[in-house]
Design a protein around this ligand. Structure first.
Ligand code: NAD
Length: 478
């Protein structure tokens, strides 16, 4: 597939050195993808700026803008199997996840925001001035840099692209250098859908290319999903350049509370799904398990049996439940944290090593006897590594669950509505799930407290991220 940059409606060669993207199930190179230079980034931002006020885009009636988004959703559906296979080959996720979560989710998101295009409203406001009509307009923020991670490349790009276009913005996309292929393919489909030149631009490359966007004086908003460490760099770059607006979806370390009255089999099934989806490479993955001491042994035994029984293999095999980690570098990161868990005295119950085959596979791993201060309880592992700790006193649990820099998601397993409500109220996280895995939905807000980020994606909240509110004061008493 062509892997060039897309700037102002043209596919152009990148000025910088190509970076190989690999199949994590085998380690083989899939494609060499170009690296944009500063000149390429400047050209993409300039094209997005011009398109912002072009008659072809700014002059487009909302109903026609909606039609373009519906058309792109249809094209995603028409290329469903191709996109799913491409996502699995580049990212490693099981093909069923690529189909149901990544590709179907992308099409549904596009349709959801296509529906919003004709419903974005201002307000009239009862200001206390005589003879004055006061109303607000929702205007596009402007040129948006969309910087995405490698864990759900297609779906997370669409979380940003759909509301950005729905609200009349223009964008420069910078996918992760580790998994760029479905983003490139989506841009080709956007071109095919008839989105005008300059509205959607694509620059590929690694961190420095992202940094060129976050420090750019003519970018109005960066919507970024990725690590908290890079989120801080982007915040500094914004402050040092033009104080551009930021939406930050960062790391997580979600607690899972298993109360004494929980339906344990349901909790085991839900936590297995919530902890190992996409090989644990999920920002909201359940990783810290606080289990009532009376149920601890049963929970650990059942989780260990469940983890050991998961089918680990290449994502393209239909029976695979856990695919490879995304890269050799990331597998070393996971292995190092597992080694730290062992050296700090946690009990390794199952897993704990690489799988002896080609590719970047790692065994689903369970630690018990973990304490709150251990590294595996505090740092984001972003792999299939679970840590269990008992609790005796439910009164201490909210504080223990909140004892983290992160605040993206949390879950409670209980049959008692009062227990559920108590933790849902007390836990400082953007989403609290009761008796279910952490699956986002386009109609519900998604985002974090604390070091998990700023702002919310999805639903009407995403419209706020991509619009400015202008107040118009119209005095008619002259
Ligand atoms: P990452 O921070 O390494 O990279 C993300 C993107 O940022 C990539 O495109 C990368 O090239 C770019 N980048 C790197 N350095 C940059 C810089 N200095 N300036 C601008 N851009 C730069 O993240 P990752 O490893 O690809 O993704 C995993 C992380 O993403 C995890 O921490 C995970 O929790 C987080 N994540 C969060 C959410 C959420 O909704 N909160 C969702 C998915 C992933």
């Amino acid at each position: 597939m062509p892997t060039r940059l897309f700037i102002d409606g043209q596919w152009t060669e990148a000025g910088g050195e190509p970076i190989p993207t690999r199949d994590p199930a085998t380690g083989t190179v899939l494609e060499d993808v170009g690296t944009a230079t500063q000149a390429d980034v400047d050209a993409a931002v300039a094209a997005a700026r011009r398109a912002l006020s072009s008659p072809e885009w700014a002059g487009l009636a909302p109903v026609r803008r909606a039609k373009l988004l519906f058309r792109l959703a249809d094209l995603v559906d028409e290329h469903h199997e191709e996109l799913a296979a491409l996502e699995t080959r580049d990212q490693g996720q099981p093909i069923g996840i690529s189909r149901q979560v990544s590709v179907t989710g992308a099409a549904e998101h596009l349709r959801y925001f296509a529906g919003w295009v004709t419903k974005i409203q201002g307000t009239t406001n009862p200001v206390s001035f005589p003879d004055t009509l006061h109303y607000t307009r929702r205007e596009p923020v402007g040129v948006n840099a969309l910087i995405t991670p490698w864990n759900f490349p297609l779906m997370i790009l669409v979380w940003k692209l759909a509301p950005a276009l729905a609200t009349g913005n223009t964008v420069v996309i910078k996918p992760s250098e580790v998994t760029p292929l479905t983003s490139i393919r989506l841009v080709q489909l956007a071109e095919q859908a008839g989105i005008p030149a300059g509205v959607v631009n694509l620059v590929t490359g690694d961190g420095p290319v992202g940094a060129m966007l976050s420090s750019h004086h003519d970018v109005d908003h960066v919507s970024y999903t990725g690590s908290t460490a890079v989120g801080k760099l982007i915040t500094a770059a914004s402050a040092e350049s033009n104080l551009k607006r930021l939406t930050l979806e960062l790391g997580g370390k979600a607690p899972s509370i298993i109360a004494a009255d929980a339906d344990l089999d349901a909790a085991v099934a839900g936590n297995l799904a919530g902890a190992t989806l996409n090989t644990g490479q999920v920002c909201a993955a359940y990783t810290r398990f606080y289990v009532d001491r009376k149920r601890e042994q049963e929970f650990v035994e059942k989780m260990a049996a469940g983890l050991a029984g998961l089918q680990v293999g290449p994502g393209l095999e239909e029976t695979t439940q856990v695919g490879p980690l995304v890269s050799d570098k990331h597998r070393r990161h996971v292995a190092n944290l597992v080694a730290t868990g062992r050296s700090e005295g946690a009990d390794l119950i199952t897993g704990g090593s690489e799988v002896d085959r080609d590719g970047y596979f790692y065994q689903p791993t369970l630690f018990a006897g973990v304490t709150d201060s251990m590294t595996i309880m505090r740092e984001e592992i972003f792999g299939p590594v679970l840590a269990v700790t008992p609790y005796d006193d439910p009164d201490e649990l909210v504080a223990r669950a909140n004892d983290t820099q992160y605040g993206l998601a949390a879950t409670v397993w209980t049959r008692d509505i009062r227990t559920a409500q108590r933790y849902a109220d007390g836990i400082r996280a953007g989403a609290v799930f009761v008796n279910m895995p952490p699956i986002p939905d386009m109609a519900a807000p998604w985002g974090g407290y604390k070091a998990s980020g700023w702002g919310r994606e999805m639903g009407p909240w995403a419209l706020d991220a991509y619009t400015e509110t202008k107040a118009v004061w119209l005095h008619y008493g002259y």
